[in-house]
Design a protein around this ligand. Structure first.
Ligand code: ADE
Length: 232
């Protein structure tokens, strides 16, 4: 039977889902509160991991070791790196890459972690297709794209940095946890997908747009996830 770990970085990314779930038990570990129960009849563990890569990676490990989840979903918001992805639109990950891992001096690809074969961590293709189908079903008026998630421990709010992320990594959106979740899920042989709604354009307008649109964007992503878990 499937048991889905659902990770958001912030309260607003998990609150909508927690409000809809039937809660069986709550366990706090490493400062994170894991809420176990059912969401639309599917077994889930919903957790706010906190911001950044270390929190995200640790959260996946706890979901694997303590809760024995079978799948990982990361839901939340992101900055757009693609002209076709506007605020409120949704990006479903094909893969994820770090933009702040750089061992290129020793011949590794940009973003590649020494010891891994490739720089990108591939999302589970079955989960990707189911997430796209859910998005079309519950958010029919919202543009939904598949593409690469670019992750690092920085909030990106500059046109120059954004251009570099597009040119070097070919990403569709940038955020601060996805690749760490992908990396930890891959190390544990857990299928994963990242679902992000766009809250800003990761350029000089991001500082203004992010606080204005984060709540609405997070709701789009959560709505999709509530439908998606029933398909796994
Ligand atoms: N999450 C939402 N917007 C972001 C941005 N511009 N940079 C990093 N993480 C984000």
């Amino acid at each position: 039977m499937s048991k889905i770990g659902i990770i958001g970085a912030m309260d607003l990314e998990v609150d909508t889902l927690k409000a809809q779930m039937h809660l069986n038990k709550e366990i706090t570990k490493a400062g994170m509160t894991f809420c176990e129960g059912t969401l639309n009849g599917t077994h889930v563990v919903i957790v706010k991991c906190g911001i950044g890569k270390v929190n995200a990676g640790m959260c996946v490990q706890i979901l694997a070791d303590l809760f024995h989840v079978t799948h990982i979903i990361n839901t939340g918001v992101a900055g757009s790196l693609n002209a076709d992805l506007d605020i409120g639109d949704i990006l479903i990950s094909t893969d994820a890459i770090y933009h702040d891992m750089d061992v290129t001096i020793f011949g590794y690809a940009p973003g590649q972690v020494p010891g891994t074969q490739t720089a990108e961590f591939a999302a589970d293709s079955h989960m990707v297709e189911l997430a796209v189908a859910s998005c079309k079903a519950v958010n029919p008026d919202i543009t939904c794209r598949k593409g690469r998630v670019v992750t690092g421990d920085q909030f990106i709010s500059s046109k120059e940095v954004k251009e570099r992320l597009i040119n070097v990594f070919g990403g569709f959106c940038v955020e601060m946890e996805g690749c760490a979740i992908a990396h930890a899920a891959t190390l544990n042989n857990l299928p994963f997908v990242i679902i992000r709604a766009i809250s800003d354009k990761a350029d000089d307008s991001a500082e203004m747009d992010y606080p204005t649109f984060e709540r609405e964007a997070a709701k789009h992503s959560a709505k999709l996830v509530a439908d998606f878990v029933t398909k796994l």
